[in-house]
Design a protein around this ligand. Structure first.
Ligand SMILES: Cc1cc2nc3c(=O)[nH]c(=O)nc-3n(C[C@H](O)[C@H](O)[C@H](O)COP(=O)(O)OP(=O)(O)OC[C@H]3O[C@@H](n4cnc5c(N)ncnc54)[C@H](O)[C@@H]3O)c2cc1C
Length: 434
């Protein structure tokens, strides 16, 4: 999966982030020097590119090659909002990272609320209910900064507005800080590599249902599946559902459970990704001469006239040492993210001409509505559900973290190691444990 590049570029507009990078030094991941890991993968080389934010009429913020000028512009337009944002995001992330310590000590959580509470007390739980805008206003970020910059980042990552919940918003803003990276050859190699490493017995089929059965007084789960030619089933002691269970996404039925297991409320937010090979119409963005168009990524504000969320110049999954971005007047490959498929007129607005358009519709992330409660992790004694975590925040890291939590939870429950589940005051406990 392609990483969310526009996000990163948007946040690179924030010099505080640049400061952070200077302090930390460039990560080896970002520079592509990290040694190959257990599954022999390498980070993909970075290709520099500047961003701007477009209101539908004009660019409201433009990144330049000069750090001090970027800093001055941010301060001039928004005062110290960008510093306040940075501090807020850092505080959330610092607390979130505690999960890795807890998991290293084998601790697990039986609900998303318990998990959040152990990381950031009631504040984290509340952050799944209140909006990003509300939380940021509270820490002194100005409405103008929220409307111009935060809205643009959230539109490009989640296709949603600043009314989405603060926790998912914070994760998205953290992901935009420039220290995310992609895998050389494509992120999908992580999944296939890990699967190979586990030596798991994979049944290539579509699961149609799970039913509770008993054999010699012992509860077992019968999993039914089918492929194009055949149907089958098998019995398991434990089952983990690792796909969203919502009415517009799920096709798995559950039988013999009391109380019954049904789909969870809430829907997924469609995002259309159009990959266009063509010549960008730079005039639309105020650059009549295409040679002078300096940006690799355009984010947008929440304007009713805009028909797209973000647009970025994409690079191949393998980047050779000699790779360079196309000149702005050359034909290049652009990705446009939008809520609706682009019609011919809209494509003509964005591109002077094009060779090809590939459209992919994703049921991408939850349609965040702060009033929804979080789905459970435990559906039945040894039947677990992983993707409820996407309602806290939807990203690969979140589901990987949730997967480890489910693995630890299942293990601790199986071996009755209840001390390792839903423990309070874990910060203190892990400090004092050997
Ligand atoms: C366009 C887009 C861009 C994104 N960009 C990023 C990004 O840059 N960074 C980031 O961290 N996250 C990104 N995400 C989010 C990220 O992709 C998800 O958080 C992540 O893929 C969730 O992983 P998962 O394994 O839980 O679920 P999924 O990736 O949804 O996998 C579920 C799997 O279950 C399979 N399945 C479904 N039903 C059945 C069934 N009945 N039987 C058998 N198999 C079934 C599906 O085919 C699928 O392979 C992006 C998402 C989208 C849509």
């Amino acid at each position: 999966m392609a990483e969310r590049q526009p996000l990163r570029w948007a946040m690179r507009l924030l010099p505080a982030v640049v400061l952070g990078l200077l302090l930390a030094g460039p990560s080896s991941a970002a520079t592509g020097d990290a040694p190959p890991g257990k599954i022999g993968l390498k980070p993909r080389r970075e290709v520099a590119g500047k961003s701007a934010i477009f209101s539908g009429e004009q660019l409201v913020l433009e990144e330049t090659d000069w750090y001090l000028l970027n800093l001055f512009r941010l301060w001039w337009h928004y005062g110290i909002s960008f510093l306040r944002l940075q501090m807020w995001v850092e505080e959330v992330m610092e607390k979130f990272m505690r999960i890795y310590k807890y998991q290293a000590h084998g601790y697990a959580f039986s609900s998303l609320e318990e998990l959040l509470r152990s990381l950031g007390s009631e504040t984290f739980v509340n952050m799944t209910q209140r909006s990003v805008a509300e939380s940021l206003l509270e820490v002194g970020v100005t409405q103008r900064f929220i409307d111009d910059v935060i809205a643009a980042v959230l539109r490009s990552s989640y296709g949603q507005s600043v009314l989405m919940p603060a926790f998912a918003g914070a994760m998205s803003l953290a992901g935009a800080q420039g220290n995310t990276w992609a895998v050389e050859g494509g992120n999908k190699l992580v999944c296939s590599g890990l699967l190979k490493l586990t030596k798991a017995n994979v049944v290539q089929a579509r699961v149609t249902g799970v039913s509770l059965q008993s054999s010699n007084g012992k509860a077992l789960y019968q999993v039914r599946y089918e492929d194009d030619e055949d149907q089958g089933s098998a019995f398991y002691d434990m089952v983990v559902i690792a796909t969203p269970l919502h009415f517009d996404r799920s096709n798995i039925t559950f039988e013999n459970f009391d109380p019954p297991i049904t789909d969870f409320p809430g829907s997924f937010h469609p995002t259309i990704s159009s990959v266009v090979h063509g010549y960008l119409n730079s005039s639309y963005f105020g650059f009549p001469d295409p040679k002078l168009f300096p940006f690799a990524s355009i984010l947008t504000t929440d304007s009713p006239d805009l028909f797209f969320n973000a647009l970025d110049n994409i690079c191949p999954v393998n980047i050779s040492g000699t790779f360079r971005r196309k000149q702005p007047q050359e034909a290049a490959v652009w990705r446009v993210l939008s809520q609706q498929p682009l019609d011919k007129q809209q494509l003509k607005t964005l591109f002077r001409s094009y060779y090809s358009v590939q459209v992919m519709e994703w049921e991408a992330y939850p349609h965040y509505d702060s009033s929804k409660s979080l789905p459970p992790i435990i559906l039945h004694d040894n039947l677990f559900y992983l993707n409820g975590v996407e309602w806290v925040a939807s990203s690969m890291e979140m589901v990987a973290m949730a997967a480890k939590n489910v693995a630890l939870l299942a293990y601790n429950r199986w071996y009755q190691d209840l001390e390792k589940i839903d423990q309070k005051d874990l910060m203190h406990k892990v400090k004092t444990e050997l």
